[in-house]
Ligand binder design. Structure first.
Ligand code: URA
Length: 250
């Protein structure tokens, strides 16, 4: 269906300008993507870049990824074990960025809070640098929630230890939370910071080894259970707003 069949708001912005700003692609590249039917507005392929759109009222997707009016990209990825959460790796290992389509690699979203290579779960990617900074700063209390399995079951003593500041030598944690599952063989862990190997080190402090680690949430953003490992999707408006709210940016 042609773009001319759609209803657009009169006071919006030109679709090709918005897309170009958002993706970093040239307007002529945007024009070819539109030719190929890869841009949709409210589910209908848009082929005319001159039409005015309102990204608050309409859903604009480029290769299925939502284009936000603030010009930033916000994605969630279900990082599989074995993939680096870095955006590039000099040794050529698979990175989170390799799992995104080319257009979104160009927009260069940064990773909010890394996950170890042998960990899986929620990875938030955005090129909104201020949000990234604030969500990873302990000051803004964006709790991170993980599910772990352990070699030796966790117990009440561990629950108490996690609830207190824990001295790990080079830094002391803020109080976190440990909830036992499956008689302690698995557990949910909530922490405020995200220091390198923090959860593994906290369990090591208690004489236990983390066997599997999965991030389930970053602040209000929960891993979408319908995503398979390696899949990604753009965030819903409400999810973005919730993140901006905890980061005091609303
Ligand atoms: N804690 C860890 O030990 N590893 C992670 O990837 C995240 C938190």
């Amino acid at each position: 269906m042609e773009a001319t069949e759609m209803t657009f708001t009169a006071d919006g912005r030109r679709l090709d300008v918005l897309l170009s700003e958002q993706s970093g692609l040239t307007r002529s590249r945007i024009a070819s993507l539109m030719e190929e039917g890869r841009v949709t507005v409210d589910g209908i392929a848009a082929r005319d870049g001159k039409v005015k759109v309102d990204s608050d009222a309409q859903t604009i997707l480029l290769d299925g990824v939502r284009v936000e009016g603030d010009g930033f990209v916000y994605l969630m990825l279900y990082k599989p074990v074995g993939v680096l959460s870095a955006t590039e790796d000099k040794k050529g290992a698979t990175t989170a960025m390799d799992l995104l389509p080319e257009e979104y690699r160009k927009a260069a979203p940064g990773v909010v809070g890394r996950l170890d290579k042998d960990a899986e779960g929620l990875l938030l990617l955005t090129n909104n640098g201020e949000l990234n900074h604030r969500l990873t700063s302990p000051k803004h209390h964006a709790d991170k929630l993980y599910r772990v399995t352990l070699d030796i079951p966790a117990n009440g003593e561990d629950v108490r230890a996690f609830a207190e500041p824990m001295d790990l030598g080079d830094f002391t944690t803020q109080p976190g939370k440990l909830e036992l599952l499956e008689d302690g063989k698995a557990a949910l862990v909530t922490i405020h910071e995200g220091k390198f190997h923090q959860i593994k080190r906290m369990f090591a402090h208690q004489g236990k080894t983390v066997q599997t680690l999965k991030r389930l949430a970053i602040g209000p953003l929960k891993l979408d259970e319908t995503l398979s490992e390696g899949d990604w999707r753009s965030l819903e408006k409400a999810e973005i707003q919730a993140l901006l709210t905890v980061a005091d940016m609303m």
